[in-house]
Design a protein around this ligand. Sequence first.
Ligand code: FES
Length: 122
Amino acid sequence: MEIELATDLKWILACSTLDVPENGGACIKHEDEQIAIFNFSRRNEWFATQNLCPHKQQMVLSRGMIGSTGDTCEPKVACPFHKKTFSLVTGECLSGDEEYEIKTYPVKVIGDKVYVGIRSTT
Ligand code: FES
């Protein structure tokens, strides 16, 4: 199996596809980060974001409801606590709170393995 490498991107094996419910999320831990992984099976797409909701610093986004919004059908996740919504593509807060933004990660699925791309900070 060959993994595509980018100069500043390291692909980590996050989990099996069976670990993430259809149209739902699961959380993995990578070093000090919790990463929410979403299996958006209605769209046949996978996404990953930080698990931390920036509103009240809760580790909950993997349990948020996912959906699509707007003319562009932007994929989004709604925090289960106060329902602030975030783009799964850009991390932008779609609830009008510009100060809140979440980190997003590229995802690729090869066979039954889910890989998340981690950018180097150096
Ligand atoms: S903790 Fe997520 S919206 Fe408040």
